[in-house]
Ligand binder design. Sequence first.
Ligand code: ADP
Length: 285
Amino acid sequence: KPAGSAHGHGAKQADPVPGMSGPGMGPHGGAIQKKTVDGVRHIIAVASGKGGVGKSTVATNLAVSLAKAGFSVGLLDADIYGPSIPTMMNAWDRPLADSGSQRIIPVMAHGVRCLSMGMLNDPEQAMIWRGPMVMSAVRQFLQQADWTGIDYLIIDLPPGTGDAQLTLIQAVDLAGAVIVTTPQTVALADAIRGINMFRKLDVPLLGLVENMAWYDLPDGTRDYVFGADGGKNTAAKFDTELLGQIPLQTRLRESGDSGTPASVGDGPLAEAFADLARKIVEKVP
Ligand code: ADP
C-alpha cells in the first residue's frame, strides 16, 4: 500500500464491523466507492425476491445464449449458501489459481467462464458462515478472479434483498439488473421489493422475466398454473420492461438438473432465451 492515498489520508480507517470493508467498499456506514471489475465490460445481476422461481435457470441460459451470440461471458454464482451453477452448468472442477497473477481461474462450461462456491466446497456440506465471510467470498470472486476480456459478467444473486445483494450492489458498478419472478401473487410481492431495492440503490432495472408463465397442455391450450400475466402486469405497473415469458416445461427442469442448459441446443426454449439475450444486448450494448 503506498504511503498516503491520493486524498491525503495516510492511515487506513478502522473497520468497525470486521469484514464489512474491503476492496470497493468503505467501512460500514461510510462512503461507498464502486469499483469496476478488472477485464469486465458489463456486469449484469440476475435477481429474484423469492427462491425457487427460476433465477439460476434464467442466469445460466442467459449466459449460454450470450456466449452463443459470440460474446465473451462470465457467470458468477453469488449464492454462497445455495449454489446451483455447478449442477446447472455441469461445472464441478475445482478452480485453480494462476501462479503468476495469483488470480482464481474460472471454470469453462458450455462456452461460459463460471465461478461458484459449489466448486470449492463439498456439495453435501453446509456453508456455516456468517455474513461478513460470505461478503468476503463474493468480493474475492469479483476482484481476485481472472475475468479478463469478459463482455458480460452475469451474476446469479441469492434471493431476497439482504446483505449479499447490498454488498455486491455497493461494491461494483452494475450495468443493470434483471428480476426473475413467477406470476404468482406471493412471488410478485417479493419481486416488487427487488425492483424497489435496485431503484433505491440507483441500479438500472433492465426488466422482468416471467418464469413458469404457463404450462402447454396436449390439446394446445395453456394452463396458467401460477396465474396469468402476473409478471407482465407488474412490469407495466412499475414502468419496466417485460423481457420474456418462459413456460413451465419438464425439459427446462431436466436440462438444469443434467447440467446442459436448454440454450445449448435449439428449439423454442433456446429461442426464448436467445431473445432475452438480444434484449439485454440492446439495453447494454
Ligand atoms: P432459483 O434460482 O430462483 O432458486 P432455480 O433456477 O434453481 O430457481 O429453479 C428452481 C427449480 O425449478 C429448478 O429445479 C429448475 O430446474 C426448475 N425450473 C425453473 N424454471 C422452470 C421452468 N420454466 N420449467 C420447469 N422447471 C423450471
